[in-house]
Each structure stands twice: as C-alpha cells, then as structure tokens.
Design a protein around this ligand. Structure first.
Ligand code: HEM
Length: 195
C-alpha cells in the first residue's frame, strides 16, 4: 500500500491534509480572517519541509544511498510540486491578510524579495514536467531550477534571521541542506566548493 504512494499520488494526501488544516483553523478561529494568524507560520513551515526534502534529495541519494533516499530522489518532482501547493496557500493567506485585514498592509518595497521568490516558484511549477524539460532543453531547465531553488533557500534562510527559538530548527535545516549539497558536489567531482 505504502509502496503505491509514489509520484503524483503523493499530492492527494497532501492536498487533503492541507484542506483539513485550513478548515480546522477556520472552525477553531470562528472565521477565515480570524484563522489567518493561525495558518501563516504552519503553511510556511510545512512548505519548507517539502522544499528541503526536494532540495536535498539528490545529495542525500548520492551521500547515503538507501531505499529512503532513492524514494526521495524518485519523487523529487512531486515533493517540489507539493511544496508549491502549500507555499501558494501561504501566498493566498498573505494576500488575504494584506488586502482584507486592517493594519496588515505593507510597503510595496518590502514585498519585492517575496514576489521574486513566488515568480521563481511559479516558473518552476509550470516547468515541472517532461514536456517543459524538452522545450527548454536540459541545460536551461536545470539552470532555472537551480537558480530558483537557491533563491528560495535564501529567502527561507532570511526569515530565520535573527535566530529565535521558534525558527532555530529552520535555520539549522537550511544550513544542513546546504552542507549536504556541498558534500555531494565534492563527492561527485573531488572539487572543493562551487555547488
Ligand atoms: C510575499 C510576501 C510574503 C509575506 C508578506 C509573508 C508574510 C508572512 C507572515 C505574516 C508570516 C507569519 C509570521 C508570524 O506569525 O510571526 C510568515 C511566516 C513565514 N513565511 Fe512568509 N510571507 C511572504 C512570502 C514568503 C516567502 C516567499 C517565503 C519563503 C520562500 C516565506 C517564508 C515564511 C516562513 C518560513 C515563515 C514562518 C516562520 C516561522 O515559522 O515562524 N514567506 N510570512
């Protein structure tokens, strides 16, 4: 049964859990707007976990080859799409908060780094299929996904700074996935740095 939970089927339980979480928060808070503060950090946290698994999948498979890391590598595309699903939910909450909740409006300039992250995420999401790999060519496709994922990694890292008790785990995870990528690159090439 668990072995069948692969590929695009991974997205079904994720979508159900996400919908259940949103509905539960709305029921607990007594309305959508009241639920926004309850949902903002959890959606970002779950999105980060999926992002980190997709970002580290190939490095883990190279450094620690076993059934678990091969599963992650096989399903990296769907972990990335799951990340997109949850993180676009974060965006919907952010937009709701900015536009519908008094006092939550932001200076446009402060939104620029986040807007760029979502632009990358949108491009990576719509090109996460074999037809796009063929159309862009593997080199350009890989460049887009590499630059986009490092930029998104940077924004996650920035949200953990300055470090606090609540985000220390995310800061450590950001550094760990970067260390895994550097280690995997060095293992593959024998070269130092340049990930
Ligand atoms: C587009 C602009 C964005 C706005 C206005 C925004 C706003 C917010 C808000 C209000 C919170 C809740 C903070 C709290 O409860 O203390 C939050 C949490 C978070 N956001 Fe966003 N967000 C944006 C984009 C992004 C992007 C692009 C990323 C990552 C790539 C991101 C990652 C996070 C993380 C990691 C947290 C949770 C931190 C924690 O666990 O406390 N956000 N965001």
């Amino acid at each position: 049964m668990a072995a069948r939970l692969e590929g695009s089927r991974l997205l079904i339980p994720l979508a159900l859990l996400l919908a259940a979480g949103v509905l539960l928060a709305i029921a607990t808070a007594g309305g959508y707007l009241a639920a926004l503060p309850l949902l903002m950090s959890p959606t970002a946290d779950v999105a980060f976990i999926l992002f980190a698994l997709a970002f580290a999948a190939s490095s883990l498979a190279r450094l620690l080859p076993n059934a678990g890391t091969r599963f992650l590598l096989r399903n990296r595309r769907y972990l990335g799409l799951g990340f997109a699903m949850v993180h676009f939910t974060h965006l919907a909450l952010v937009l709701s908060s900015i536009t519908l909740v008094a006092g939550q409006a932001r200076e446009p300039a402060t939104l620029v780094p986040g807007v760029i992250a979502y632009a990358f995420l949108a491009l990576m999401t719509v090109t996460s299929n074999d037809a796009s790999v063929r159309r862009l060519g593997p080199r350009r496709w890989r460049r887009l996904h590499r630059v986009g994922s490092y930029y998104i990694w940077l924004i996650f890292l920035a949200t953990t700074l300055p470090p606090s008790a609540g985000t220390a785990w995310m800061l450590l995870a950001c550094l760990l996935v970067l260390a895994l990528r550097i280690g995997a690159y060095q293992r593959a090439t024998g070269k130092k740095l340049r990930v």
